[in-house]
Design a protein around this ligand. Structure first.
Ligand code: PLP
Length: 445
């Protein structure tokens, strides 16, 4: 089929996620046809460096035959069976064991879902159920952060702190509150990063006291906020948050949907920051995005109560632990271990990206260039003043489109440009990424 035919059919029948339908109909879609390594190809013959790993997920890169074979073999053997009631199947069991071996030592159970959003729905159910079983059923409030993204289901969007999502129907799940995000460049530059990190933790404490500690069940956050703008918290933030949560016996939910599986140079972002979460939602990099699968890793404290006192947990999805998805995820974890992917991010390509990415900080359009492991951001500023642009200018969107024309996928969140490339990216490919980003910045300026 020709590009124009695809575009027409797409326009006529396909509603894209997170898309202005009318604008897309006017501009026409980009048809991605195939991919290999860290590059995608479109129907017009362009080869584009995918510095977003799809949607932060294709950690092993495109075209891994081993993952295709794992899916195919499992589809032949047992394409579907569920894990409800007393049934299960080998891929789900093997994956559960492999995940718990990689997780922090106090996490020995996993509940499978089909996505990160479903994982966060599961989190909400588990947190409230846990406290009810502990005889503290008033502990229902969950505190999340402004500008957080935790998914698109009703619970996901309610936990999330994305104003435009809330504006379309509102956070509909009751008893969810939001506190400020540790976004130093955007909100804290009148003080030092460390002082700002402590201020954000103090805001969490103030919210707990406002709601009443006896009513607060959990705090949920990503180690590094991804979709909100690759926001790397000041060093002081997580230690201070840990102290606050311990003071009031509030559960910690660390959303590892982006940071899990090597993105920050450890198997989990929690390990990088020395956190001991009670629950960890996971998805994306778990299968390198080859098939959809997510889950919640459950700490022993929660698991023991749910198991010993909970009776039936009335929750689950048709595709919880789907055999083919589980088989692909298992193979993905095996490959990551065999190839030392996590160590490579921590010791080699992560530090190399940091060094190369920092060179962009000297560009007149860039107010800050930050990265950790293989996640990074550029803050675009007005070259005339060195300050952030007025919102309406759309420098980020312009830069994103120019990047694409230069053969680079970077994402924009307002005027923050983001990268989260496949973890298999090489040093030479990082050089290419930085060169393409610089060209795009030159043209945007
Ligand atoms: N949590 C975080 C931190 C995410 O970034 C995302 C997706 O981007 C989700 C949850 C939702 O995952 P999914 O899109 O698989 O439902």
């Amino acid at each position: 089929m020709q590009t124009q035919t695809y575009r027409q059919l797409d326009r006529d029948h396909h509603l894209h996620p997170f898309t202005d339908f009318k604008a897309l109909a006017e501009e026409g879609s980009r048809i991605v046809t195939h991919a290999e390594g860290i590059y995608i190809h479109d129907s017009e013959g362009h080869r584009i460096l995918d510095a977003m790993a799809g949607l932060w997920c294709v950690n092993l890169g495109y075209g891994r035959e081993e993952l295709v074979e794992a899916a195919t073999a499992q589809l032949r053997e047992l394409p579907y069976y569920n894990n409800f009631f007393k049934s299960t199947h080998p891929p789900a069991v093997k994956l559960a064991e492999a995940l718990c071996r990689l997780a922090p030592p106090h996490m020995n159970r996993v509940f499978f879902t089909g996505s990160g959003s479903e994982a966060n729905d599961t989190v909400l159910r588990m947190v409230r159920r846990y406290w009810a079983l502990e005889g503290k059923s008033d502990k229902q409030w969950v505190i999340a952060r402004d500008n957080a993204y935790h998914g698109s289901t009703v619970a996901g969007l309610s936990l999330g702190g994305m104003a435009p999502m809330h504006a379309q129907g509102g956070p509909t799940v009751p008893k969810i509150a939001h506190v400020r995000q540790p976004y130093w460049f955007g909100e804290g530059r009148d003080t030092s990063p460390d002082a700002f990190g402590r201020e954000c933790a103090a805001a969490l404490e103030a919210k707990i006291l406002e709601l009443g500690e006896e009513n607060v069940a959990a705090f949920i956050a990503e180690p590094v906020q991804g979709a909100g703008g690759a926001i790397i918290p000041p060093q002081s933030y997580w230690p201070a948050v840990k102290e606050v949560l311990a003071r009031y016996d509030i559960l910690l939910v660390v959303d590892e949907v982006i940071c899990g599986f090597g993105r920050l140079g450890e198997w989990f972002g929690s390990v990088h920051y020395g956190l001991e979460p009670d629950l960890m939602p996971i998805a994306k990099g778990l299968s390198s995005g080859y098939l959809p699968i997510g889950g919640v890793l459950v700490g022993d404290r929660i698991a023991e109560t749910l198991i010993e006192r909970g009776g039936e947990f009335f929750h689950g999805f048709t595709y919880s632990g789907h055999p083919a998805c589980a088989a692909v995820a298992l193979k993905n974890l095996e490959l990551m271990q065999a190839e030392g992917i996590v160590e490579r991010v921590r010791d080699d390509v992560g530090p190399y990206l940091a060094e190369r990415w920092a060179t962009l900080a000297g560009h007149p359009l860039v107010g800050e260039a930050r990265s950790l492991g293989l996640i990074g951001a550029l803050e675009l500023v007005d070259p005339a003043t060195g300050e952030r642009f007025a919102k309406s200018l759309g420098a980020g969107t312009l830069c994103r489109d120019i990047c694409f024309d230069h053969g680079l996928v970077m994402r924009s969140v307002g005027d923050t440009m983001i990268i989260s490339p496949p973890l298999v990216i090489t040093r030479a490919e990082i050089d290419e990424l930085v060169r393409l980003a610089r060209e795009a910045l030159d043209e945007t300026a």
